[in-house]
Design a protein around this ligand. Structure first.
Ligand SMILES: Nc1ncnc2c1ncn2[C@@H]1O[C@H](COP(=O)(O)OP(=O)(O)OP(=O)(O)O)[C@@H](O)[C@H]1O
Length: 510
């Protein structure tokens, strides 16, 4: 009922209080009128976002999750909407200890007191779908983190997702230019997976396995001890949110190194493993200082470890997708407009390459097309207005792009955006020079992963094509030439990147 009332109010407001924009010429001719129109539109956005946020709060569960999802998409949705949804991040109702006990009884056939020698009734964190408690296992005495799903979330999730989908369909009927069905599609796809904690267990095991051989990247994944659909018991790891700058300073942890390692970890997941954590907000990325004694089996040189939490939302990327995505990023970093057009068409089947480039990189088209992603002057804190301008055309184009791009790319865009938000938080106390260097290094790490993954793909393709071929002398030489070209292409990019990277590192130390 609350949802239907909210939908009616939002439709009413957008229908009657959302004036059309003036044409570009008229906007220049009548600046006063233009400003009034923009203000009215912005007010309506705010008003509607508040109506929807209050309805989400009243409904709880998946509605709050959806609101959090919206607040995380700051480059693809109007700022009025994303900022209004931010309070939802810490407005979740907690489950009572009696409910948790009932959950344990039904899922594990044990009381809390049988399973744990103590159980902190005060949750460490409460989220839309679940909450986490600290406890001690009776059997081994180990301190653990226990994630329990709110009892009514699963019960109502099916009907709730149906209601949300119908509301999105209604919005689409009323405003056909604004195709936001992709948000509902994404939710319908992700939610059932996120609501089954055995998936989270499998994801965390797989991620830990993938990073087992990358001991130089300081990433730790809490070991899972037990899991059912609605309960997850894992190793408790002490740490603080990665954006806690006072904590970093107190422990002499360099924020620029943290950002660099986050970039490497996500480069590894995206371009090497094709298995990506898609919710890296600061609450899911913890940090803890380590000294030489507690360095465990990791051989990295850092004085910190990053702890990746919440493994509910992952994407497995196909090699074809990784190749196209790496090619797109390479063209964006080079600022090669023809190539950007081609690669963006490959990924979306549209000619909306400008919009796609902006939302993938979080930069303005001017910076991208002038090849500035590769320069220290690139601005990581540009305003949204610079990117989008305040116009209908923007959102119509944006919604078109989002509705026609592959689902995997939707999540990769969200993941990129979250990683950029982490960077912005980490860099906020650095001086301008260090920010420039750190930003440059992040782009270089990304470039490095792109070219390395393309190199690997090209080599594999070469091996596949030539595996069973009987060679005549001319074809032997042409194959050899092709192989050498693959290697030269790679090193021609790899060497300058490495030298420049080293140079920036030397400058940082001077
Ligand atoms: N293994 C752990 N060790 C210590 N603290 C943990 C652990 N796992 C989770 N936490 C704490 O619980 C909080 C919530 O955990 P988690 O992110 O997994 O829950 P969630 O319900 O998926 O939340 P959200 O959807 O907001 O990310 C974390 O921010 C952290 O404070």
């Amino acid at each position: 009922m609350v949802s239907i009332k909210a939908a009616a109010l939002v439709s009413y407001n957008y229908y009657f209080y959302f004036p059309d924009l003036l044409s570009e010429q008229d906007a220049l001719k009548y600046p006063q009128k233009n400003a009034e129109i923009l203000q009215t539109r912005s007010n309506t956005h705010y008003k509607c976002a508040e109506i929807v946020r209050d309805a989400m709060l009243a409904n709880g569960g998946i509605y709050i999750k959806l609101g959090q999802h919206v607040s995380a998409m700051s480059y693809v949705l109007p700022i009025e909407w994303t900022s209004t949804m931010i309070p939802l991040q810490d407005k979740c109702n907690s489950s009572s200890i009696e409910n948790i006990n009932r959950l344990f009884k039904s899922d594990l056939d044990k009381d809390l007191s049988e399973y744990f020698s103590w159980f902190d009734p005060e949750p460490i964190g409460v989220a839309s779908l679940a909450q986490v408690h600290k406890a001690q296992l009776s059997e081994t005495g180990e301190i653990v983190a226990v994630k329990v799903q709110h009892s009514d979330v699963l019960t109502y999730s099916l009907v709730d997702t149906k209601i949300v989908t119908s509301l999105f369909k209604l919005v689409y009927k009323l405003f056909p230019d604004f195709q936001f069905m992709w948000l509902a599609d994404e939710m319908n796809l992700s939610l059932p997976v996120e609501l089954d904690f055995t998936n989270e267990m499998k994801n965390s095991i797989k991620l830990a396995e993938n990073f087992k051989n990358r001991k130089d990247i300081p990433i730790t994944v809490p070991r899972v001890i037990d899991a059912t659909k609605r309960i997850l018991i894992m190793e408790f790891i002490n740490g603080r949110r990665v954006d806690d700058l006072d904590y970093l300073q107190k422990n002499l942890i360099d924020p620029a190194s943290v950002s660099k390692e986050i970039a490497r970890a996500f480069g590894e997941m995206t371009f090497n493993d094709g298995f990506v954590h898609c919710d890296p907000h600061a609450g899911n990325l913890f940090i803890r200082p380590i000294d030489n004694k507690s360095r465990s089996n990791k051989s990295h040189k850092h004085n910190f470890e990053l702890i990746l939490l919440d493994h509910g939302l992952y994407r497995t990327l196909s090699p074809e997708f990784i190749q196209k995505y790496a090619l797109l990023w390479t063209s964006l970093i080079k600022g090669n407009v023809d190539e950007i057009k081609r690669q963006s068409y490959e990924l979306t089947g549209t000619d909306l390459h400008v919009m796609l480039s902006c939302i993938v990189t979080g930069q303005s088209w001017a910076s991208i097309s002038e090849g500035k992603l590769n320069e220290a002057s690139v601005n990581i804190t540009f305003s949204q207005d610079e990117l989008i301008g305040q116009n209908d055309k923007f959102f119509a184009e944006l919604s078109k792009v989002m509705s026609c791009i592959p689902r995997d790319l939707v999540l990769m865009i969200k993941t990129n955006d979250l990683v950029r938000q982490l960077d912005r938080a980490l860099f906020s106390n650095l001086d301008e020079n260090r920010i420039n260097h750190a930003t440059m290094k992040t782009w270089m790490i990304l470039s490095d992963y792109c070219i390395s993954s393309l190199y690997k793909i090209n080599l594999m393709e070469y091996t596949r094509l030539h595996k069973d071929q009987r060679l005549s002398i001319p074809s032997f030489f042409s194959n050899l030439f092709a192989l050498v070209k693959i290697r030269i292409d790679y090193w021609m990019v790899k060497i300058p990147i490495s030298i420049y990277y080293l140079w920036l590192t030397i400058l940082d130390y001077c």
